[in-house]
Design a protein around this ligand. Sequence first.
Ligand code: NAD
Ligand code: TYD
Length: 347
Amino acid sequence: MKLFVTGGAGFIGSNFVHYVFARRPDWAVVNFDKLTYAGNLANLTALASHPRHRFVRSDICDGAAVLAAMRGCDAVVHFAAESHVDRSIYEPAPVVRTNVIGTFTLLEMARELAVPRFLHVSTDEVYGDLPPGEAADEDYPLRPSSPYSASKASADLLVLSYVRTYGFPAVLTRSSNNYGPYQFPEKFLPLMITNAMIGKPLPLYGDGGQQRNWLHVADNCRGILAALERGRTGAVYNIGGLDVEANLDMARRVLRLLGRSESLLSHVADRPGHDRRYALNSSRIAADTGWRPKVALEEGIRQTIEWYAEHSEWLAAVRDGEYMSYYEKFYENRNASLQAIAGTRKD
Ligand code: NAD
Ligand code: TYD
């Protein structure tokens, strides 16, 4: 089996490539990644001289480059995306380009080459806010709230249209919020952990009562491989974690596990359009492949804290100039940045 993996230098993609080589040692991977601010070759150091791992630095919107690198592959696993909601609010153009046009380009090239399998990686955010007590199954309406989630929903619909119109051999996964090793610290949990480690405030948007369905990345990688190998063609599979928990409670867990004071909790101005609650019903993937989440939140967070503590060089390199200017804009000058958006809002 030769996989064409997009976004394999990012958080989930790199975890997946490592997982594949551990579980399917005879497989080969073409790892196709543009190396945006979120892509990091240091996530792949252990594979630098692996005989069946080939890294290609390129853009999924570049059809010719995709065609050349995809030729001869047996399956596509498509992770590449602009993946951050906050950045998508401030600058939607690259998000729409990569997530929609990039996915479309991959679909066209895979169709031209008649690649036998295409796994599209999506998100629970396409379902939007859920009322208390409800969990979205795969037939739940799509009501995305942010430019990011709308671009992912658009890509999902394109993939499903190819299934219906061209008999395209795709499977889709929609996972909940991932956490674990190699996550870029713009996302909630690594930001909380890495700030708490150095005694910096933990910025909670609004009241911190927003809930997410937390999923360890190892559980997601296992689910994606299960869907790739055993999922029904044309099916969408939700992949949700064991626990739904509010951001404030997550931040408190981090502080407790690191022995830090709750005085570090800091409520900051809320994200525009912020979804209050996500929760997934993942019974379809359980029924079709036997997959179930395994990692409980407390243990998963403990391991993740340990990983960041043991990878201080990785973290120092990630916290470079780009990250610092991002942090300054989104947190230190948060009110001014949000006001600039509010000025364009028509309520
Ligand atoms: P990430 O931001 O860590 O990594 C994205 C990767 O894609 C990076 O390596 C980046 O260089 C690459 N990339 C971006 N634009 C590209 C382009 N035009 N061409 C080629 N490569 C490009 O993202 P992640 O958190 O690993 O997410 C991976 C996928 O999983 C995304 O599709 C995302 O929507 C989805 N997802 C993520 C989560 C989560 O909690 N992180 C949850 C559900 C779904
Ligand atoms: P995030 O990791 O950006 O994922 P998503 O928005 O895709 O769910 O954020 C997770 C939750 O944490 C979300 O409710 C927003 C909130 N959040 C904060 O409260 N503070 C922060 O600094 C960040 C990055 C997120």
